[in-house]
Design a protein around this ligand. Sequence first.
Ligand SMILES: O=C(O)CCC(=O)C(=O)O
Ligand SMILES: [Fe+2]
Length: 296
Amino acid sequence: QGIWPFPELHLAWLQTAPGLLLVTLLACGTSLWLYLSTADADITETLVGRGELVSPQPRVFAVPCSEDYDQHKRFPGCTPQKCGRAVTDGLVSREEAQALRRLAERGLALAGSEGGASILDLHSGALSMGKQFVNIYRYFGDQIGEVFTQEDFRLYRDVRRRIQDTIAQTFGLDVSLLFLTKPTFFSRINSTEAKTQHDEYWHPHIDKVTYGSFDYTSLLYLTDYGTDFTGGRFIFMDKDGNRTVEPRAGRLSFFSSGSENLHRVERVAWGTRFAITVSFTCDPAHAIADPSLAAV
Ligand SMILES: O=C(O)CCC(=O)C(=O)O
Ligand SMILES: [Fe+2]
């Protein structure tokens, strides 16, 4: 008498040849299903893999511009005329990425989404909390000065300036005509089931359509694909197939924000993925300021 509740069922048949075959098939089928349900099988090309180091110059992939920019006011010297994507590992060090990740961890520890995707926006103060958002500057008041240091904000501002310079250089823009815009935010993604639409980060989208003011999007990764998390690759969805960028701490990926760069994030299967979306506009009416602790 064990815990098996059906004494009349004997498992001896499993040790026969057809039984072993069936068990093997079931095991293979389960593994295949697990693999297919967590990984995207439709990757046609990896633009930059996790083990590569692209430095000092960005690796640039040109893409013809979409017509999206025609539907908006044009700003000569800034509005994309050359479109494309680029990746560099030479702009932000692993140590800086680590410091930014710690900053995000401390901020997100104050609350966080119930589902798998949380954001922290130091500009507006928006922080995921349960199924909603709070304003950290209002909600936590002076205590915020105990969570973030002046040094955190200095690093954040410095990194965003370097990103802006690199985008201007790569796309041949006048850097003074390019402005930081909203939303610019930290994201933390894990494999927890989505509880609201805000947690559904994996949908294909066009940043210029989703966010309106974006002309150039940049993504600074703060953790490593493959060791800190699995899944979570960035995927450009081109007509002739998918092209991916594998996140790596300190890796900057940037691209023109129109429909020439339709993209999505593969679902995170395991672990935690940290990134910052840093967005830029050519329209000074949509410019936002750097965050600072002095404003608290
Ligand atoms: O985190 C990423 O790799 C992409 C995020 C994204 O697509 C966005 O913030 O619009
Ligand atoms: Fe996006």
